[in-house]
Ligand binder design. Structure first.
Ligand SMILES: N[C@@H](CCC(=O)N[C@@H](CS)C(=O)NCC(=O)O)C(=O)O
Length: 280
């Protein structure tokens, strides 16, 4: 891992790293916040944060205001990039913001030209935690959260890997990607037209399919411009009811899709994860 930059923050450290990824076949970038006193003798649990469309590792760390409370709680945060990057990494043919670079959708692509690099599911669930757990002062206790496309990623990954994550949360998630324009476009391009493979990456479908025990918290603004067409949190509510799974969905009047919304409620999510990680 190569350090891109390092800054002291709230008594801890914010560090950006790059590394060669065998899974995505390119150089990947991620950011980590390490709380004060995190050390080999005092390893800390990790909250993984998956960002949304157009984001890099930087948006969450700079805009969410999460580091102060994470420092107090003794929780590390890892914010990966949202797609593979580089000159030979395929982008959307028209450079659209919702496919290709900045829009990996946390799936393992099977279709050309994306399959060579767009292996974000394996990267997030396997390669990245292995790298972090062997190089940084962290435990193997993990929680996962994210926003929008990353909210889809967090719920989908948490439901598919219940033993790997103690708790799951999301802000404004793309809840039912097999039934919205962003999901149709991305899953069609990355996974092909056989929709049976799409289901395995769909949070609402996964939640509907069986009773899930993992603690699940979702925050959603009522004034979110993507709410009706893309996000559809009611699909999660219906799915949780059908499978008798636990889900807390908090709706908030007047809040939109932006990081102003995330910053307003991030403390509740950090405390939710801290309680399940045994930090409070
Ligand atoms: N086309 C819009 C949609 C992109 C968007 O809203 N991205 C969200 C995630 S889905 C975001 O977090 N943007 C970056 C930021 O606000 O820092 C844009 O480019 O502004």
């Amino acid at each position: 891992m190569d350090i891109i930059s390092e800054n002291r923050a709230f008594g801890g450290r914010h560090i950006r790293y790059s590394h060669a990824s065998k899974v995505t076949n390119c150089t990947m970038t991620f950011a980590v916040f390490l709380p004060p006193f995190a050390s080999k003798d005092n390893p800390v649990p990790v909250l993984y944060w998956l960002s949304g469309l157009t984001c890099t590792d930087e948006n969450f760390m700079q805009k969410a205001g999460a580091m102060k409370l994470a420092a107090q709680l003794g929780m590390a945060i890892v914010a990966p990039d949202t797609s593979p990057r580089g000159d030979d990494v395929a982008d959307a043919p028209d450079g659209a913001y919702d496919l290709g670079l900045g829009a990996g959708f946390y799936v393992d692509a099977t279709q050309a030209p994306y399959a060579k690099h767009y292996q974000m599911y394996s990267y997030i669930t396997q390669e990245l935690p292995e790298l972090i757990e062997s190089n940084l002062p962290v435990t193997r206790e993990r929680a996962i959260s994210g926003h929008s496309m990353g909210g889809h990623g967090a719920i989908m990954i948490g439901l598919r890997n219940p033993r790997r994550y103690t708790s799951v949360s999301a802000f404004s998630p793309v809840s039912n990607p097999t039934d919205c324009p962003w999901g149709h476009k991305a899953f069609g391009a990355y996974l092909g037209e056989d929709k049976s493979t799409w289901q395995t990456y769909d949070s609402a479908e996964l939640l509907r399919s069986e009773k899930h025990e993992v603690p699940l918290l979702v925050e959603q603004g009522n004034d979110d411009q993507f709410l009706q067409e893309q996000l559809k949190p009611e699909a999660l509510v219906n799915a949780a009811q059908q499978s008798d799974s636990q889900l807390t969905l908090n709706m908030h009047d007047g809040y939109d899709h932006s990081y102003f919304f995330i910053a307003s409620f991030i403390d509740e999510h950090l405390e939710f994860h801290a309680s399940h990680l045994g930090l409070i």
